[in-house]
Design a protein. Structure first.
Length: 161
């Protein structure tokens, strides 16, 4: 699955995924790719070969991400948090000059050993295909993320009352 949060700034990453697909398909028989585009990025003008499905706006993309063997995404905070929580393998491309994605999100991903940070400027369709083949279906072991924050906050608040 390739997702960029529905913003047109992610179009080059979507196009890179499309160009990497036929190369990857040679190594991964039966490969299917889902592009999650969204409200500000349509499939108009995208060359979609057989085996690639393009979706529009997805209200709950984490459901599809939970079922995917590998996710390729920009370095968005929500998406990377969801993928880390779901323990899904992912490749992420932080946007150039985007402080939050390049520093905060990347630091969190590193702390949880989640995802593989990629550099868009240095990634070719061939090198992306190699990374997809390497990581699809597993091999990434994320550190567990605590999911009891609301309970812990309630307990701390209760002590103050």
């Amino acid at each position: 699955m390739c997702t960029v949060g529905g913003t047109s700034v992610g179009r080059p990453l979507i196009e890179l995924c499309i160009r990497a697909y036929p190369i990857t398909e040679e190594s991964v028989p039966g490969l299917k790719m889902v592009l999650a585009l969204g409200p500000h990025l349509g499939k108009e003008g995208l060359p979609l070969p057989p085996g690639i499905e393009a979706l529009g706006y997805e209200p709950m993309p984490y459901e599809r991400m939970a079922a995917a063997d590998l996710i390729i995404c920009s370095g968005g905070s929500t998406t990377t948090l969801e993928l880390t929580t779901l323990c899904r393998p992912f490749l992420y491309f932080p946007l150039l000059n985007h402080f939050e994605q390049r520093e905060i999100v990347a630091s969190r991903c590193e702390r949880f050993a989640a995802g593989v940070r990629m550099d868009f400027a240095r990634t070719t369709p061939q090198s992306l295909a190699e990374e997809i083949t390497r990581w699809i279906g597993g091999g990434m072991e994320h550190r567990p993320m605590r999911l009891d924050g609301a309970k812990r906050a309630a307990e701390m608040t209760q002590k103050l009352l």
